[in-house]
Write a protein that binds this ligand. Structure first.
Ligand code: 13P
Length: 281
C-alpha cells in the first residue's frame, strides 16, 4: 500500500467509528517502531513532525525518510506536517511529498486564522494534499517551549471556520493541551459533541499524551477521527533506552537502536489498541 492522503484515512475512520493515530517522529528509529506496530496490527497511521522540532530533525533529511518509510509500508500511511508556522516550510514539506499540512493560526484572531488557513488549503490542493486547521486554542506549544493558554472551541465559530477554509480535518480545543498533564484533563465533551453535530469534517484531538483510555474512547464516539501523540512517544523511547541500560541489555550501538525502536513500537501498539484502528488498514 503506497503513501496515502490523510483524508482517505479519516473518511474511513469516520464511517467506521474509530480514530487514526498521528504519531510524531524525530528519527529513523521512531519511524521504524511506529511502522512495526502498524504492520503487526494491520492498521492505518499518520507519521507527523511539527515545525518546532526541525532544529533537531532537519526537514530536508527527516522528511524524505518519512515519505520513503510510508511508501515502503504494506499498510496505508499518510505523512503530515504538524503545526506549521511558515508557508516556506509548508511548501518545502509539500515539495518533499507530505500528503497533509497544517498551518497553525489558532493563536491569531478568527479572521486572520481563517484567511491563512484558506490560503494553505489552496496551496495543499495544488499538490493534491490535505490541509488541517485549528479553531480555538489547544494548550501549550507542540514542544512545550511556550505556555499557551487553552481557549475552548466555539462550535458556531468552528462551523464558520470550516465554511471559510474547507479544511480536510479540524483540530478542536476541548481542554486538551500538549505535553504531560499534571493530572488527566477534564475534557469538554459537550463542546466536542456540539461541534461534531454542526461541522461535517473529521475532527482532530491534539495533546493525546496523558488522556485516559476511556476519555479517548468517548472522544472517538463523539466525532474525533485523528489523535496526535508526541510526548508519549518521546517518553516511551527514553524509558525503553533507560530500562535497557539498567538491565544490561545494551552491549553496543545496535542494542541501543533496538531499544529506541521498541520504545516507539510499544507506545504505538498501546494507542492503536485504544483508538480501535487495528485491522482497519
Ligand atoms: P502530546 O505531546 O501531548 O502528545 O501532543 C501531541 C500533539 O498534539 C502534536 O500536535
Amino acid at each position: 500500500m503506497p503513501l496515502v492522503k490523510m483524508s482517505s484515512l479519516l473518511k474511513k475512520a469516520r464511517e467506521g467509528g474509530y480514530a487514526v493515530g498521528s504519531f510524531s517522529v524525530s528519527n529513523m528509529e521512531m519511524v521504524l517502531g511506529v511502522l512495526k506496530a502498524v504492520e503487526e496490527t494491520k492498521s492505518p497511521a499518520i507519521l507527523q513532525i511539527a515545525e518546532v522540532r526541525l532544529n533537531h530533525s532537519p526537514l530536508e533529511i527527516i522528511g524524505p525518510l518519512m515519505v520513503a518509510a510510508a511508501k515502503n509500508c504494506s499498510m496505508p500511511v499518510a505523512v503530515h506536517f504538524d503545526h506549521g508556522k511558515t508557508t516556506e516550510k509548508i511548501k518545502q514539506a509539500l515539495d518533499i511529498g507530505f500528503t497533509s499540512v497544517m498551518l497553525d493560526g489558532s493563536h491569531l484572531p478568527f479572521e486572520e486564522n481563517a484567511k491563512i488557513t484558506a490560503e494553505t488549503k489552496l496551496l495543499a490542493q495544488k499538490y493534491d494534499a490535505d490541509c488541517e486547521g485549528e479553531i480555538g486554542c489547544v494548550g501549550g506549544s507542540e514542544d512545550g517551549s511556550e505556555d499557551i493558554a487553552i481557549n475552548c472551541t466555539s462550535p458556531a465559530q468552528a462551523l464558520e471556520f470550516y465554511e471559510k477554509t474547507g479544511v480536510d480535518a479540524l483540530a478542536v480545543a476541548i481542554g486538551n493541551a500538549h505535553g504531560n498533564y499534571k493530572q488527566a484533563p477534564k475534557l469538554r465533551f459537550d463542546i466536542l459533541e456540539e461541534t461534531a453535530k454542526l461541522v461535517e469534517v473529521p475532527l482532530v484531538l491534539h495533546g493525546g499524551t496523558g488522556i485516559l483510555p476511556e476519555d479517548f474512547r468517548k472522544c472517538i464516539k463523539l466525532g474525533i477521527n485523528k489523535i496526535n501523540i508526541a510526548t508519549a512517544t518521546f517518553d516511551s523511547v527514553e524509558n525503553s533506552v533507560r530500562t535497557a541500560y539498567g538491565n544490561g541489555t545494551i552491549k553496543g550501538y545496535y542494542d541501543l537502536q533496538t531499544a529506541e525502536v521498541e520504545g516507539a513500537y510499544n507506545n504505538a501498539m498501546k494507542h492503536i489498541e485504544i483508538f480501535g484502528c487495528s485491522m482497519k488498514g
